[in-house]
Design a protein around this ligand. Structure first.
Ligand SMILES: [Zn+2]
Ligand SMILES: [Zn+2]
Length: 193
């Protein structure tokens, strides 16, 4: 496995953690199983991720399927599972079968860090545990990490570009479905918050 690519992936994410490791490894394995290693699959496949956390960056980095090119759908089920589906509807689902963290202790630290209640020592401990767990998961085999199954999933096409209106308050362009009626014209929703 390419050490350079892994380094670039976690640098893109910003740190090593269990999530980026799992998202990266799932995407690398999926491309291998699909016979598409090293390819950007955004024009032929859609990835549906079942969580909205760190691993999503690994998917975007490895597969080129992003929120922006509509190759990525976030269907948050709170699960470390990733579905890679071709336009024909056939695909594979990779679900993590190894414990992501191993205990709830690092997650409790994470919650303290995010809510601003962690001491400096607790912050340092969280960052260190996060890094260690990511490195630990990285050296496991694909078989230890993932359960793989074949799936069939037909995704309805959904246009993402819409006619443009000009807001009669700020003058900026806004896509029609997001505009609201305002004094015989249309305006951005944000002016009425
Ligand atoms: Zn992370
Ligand atoms: Zn406006």
């Amino acid at each position: 496995m390419s050490q350079e690519l892994w380094e670039a992936a976690y640098k893109f994410h910003g740190h090593i953690c269990p999530g980026i490791t799992v998202g990266y490894r799932a995407s690398m394995l999926a491309l291998k199983l699909l016979g598409l290693e090293g390819k950007n699959i955004s024009s032929t496949h859609t990835v549906i991720v079942e969580n909205d956390v760190c691993g999503v960056d690994g998917v975007q980095f490895v597969t080129g399927c992003t929120v922006g090119n509509s190759g990525l759908i976030i269907d948050n089920q709170g699960r470390q599972a990733f579905n890679f589906v071709s336009k024909s509807g056939r695909g594979i689902r990779l679900a993590l079968k190894y414990p992501l963290w191993g205990s709830n202790y690092p997650i409790e630290l994470h919650q303290k860090v995010k809510t601003g209640t962690a001491s400096e020592a607790e912050k340092a401990e969280f960052f260190s545990l996060r890094n260690e767990r990511g490195q630990f998961l990285y050296q496991l085999s694909d078989e230890e990490l993932f359960k793989v199954s074949e799936i069939e999933l037909h995704l309805p096409g959904k246009p993402r570009l819409h006619p443009i209106a000009v807001c009669n308050i700020c003058g900026e362009e806004v896509m029609r479905p997001w505009a609201v009626e305002h004094e015989n014209g249309l305006a951005c929703k944000s002016h009425f918050r």
